[in-house]
Design a binder for this molecule. Structure first.
Ligand code: 5GP
Length: 202
């Protein structure tokens, strides 16, 4: 029998060390109609060029923790000594409307989402780990970005190694190569995942 219910949105977790290009990959496939990027809340300061409400919702610590208390966050974690979290309402509204939601979140947040017992989330979830080709290449990409101090860069490199221990927790592992190759493999993967039968309600 042909499915009669509309397709739900997919929830795609994309994790991996900062500097692997995962945010760029997510942004490329999010057209704002069929797929949206989940804009996170963070207490880290904005980088030059970042726009509040587009790249992140930049909050102070008191505001962030008040949202946690009010149960507004789907998941949240302390990453590189700052808070980061995803807004619950945004994720659920889009999944129900059949819009795919891309979450660029760390391994702790990914674990929280995997542990979520909500039936909608369980049906819609898929996860991808984006791996740098090597630690040397990661360091050169991060320093090329020139947005972080030497101290923050070292912290990010240290955390990268810790994050990379978790790649097996993810269904997919994309080892970064050229931008073109990464984008092409990422798009192929997303197209295939969109065909999952579990995305149709009973
Ligand atoms: P950045 O400061 O470079 O934008 O992000 C640092 C790290 O925080 C990245 O690994 C990113 O995936 C993670 N991150 C961004 N938003 C969220 C979020 O909402 N929740 C969690 N758990 N991690 C996040």
């Amino acid at each position: 029998m042909i499915p009669t219910t509309p397709r739900l949105g997919m929830l795609i977790i994309v994790s991996g060390p900062s500097g692997t290009g995962k945010t760029t990959l997510c942004r490329k496939v999010c057209d704002g109609e069929k797929a949206v990027f989940s804009v996170s809340c963070t207490t880290r300061p904005s980088r030059p060029g970042e726009v509040d409400g587009k790249d992140y919702f930049f909050l102070d610590e008191a505001d962030f923790l008040a949202r946690v208390d009010r149960g507004e966050l789907f998941e949240y974690a302390r990453v590189h000594n700052r808070w980061y979290g995803t807004l619950k309402s945004y994720v659920f509204e889009n999944l129900r409307r059949g819009v795919d939601v891309f979450m660029d979140i760390d391994v702790q947040g990914a674990n929280q989402v995997r542990g979520c017992e909500d039936e909608l989330v369980r049906r819609c979830l898929t996860d991808i780990f984006v791996m740098p080709p090597s630690l040397d290449e990661l360091r050169s990409r991060l320093s090329g970005r020139a947005t972080e101090s030497a101290e923050v860069l070292e912290l990010r490199m240290k955390n990268a190694e810790a994050e990379m221990q978790h790649w097996r927790d993810y269904r997919y592992c994309l080892i970064s190569d050229t931008r073109e190759s990464d984008e092409s493999r990422f798009r192929t993967l997303i197209e295939a995942e969109r065909l999952r039968s579990s995305l149709y309600e009973d």
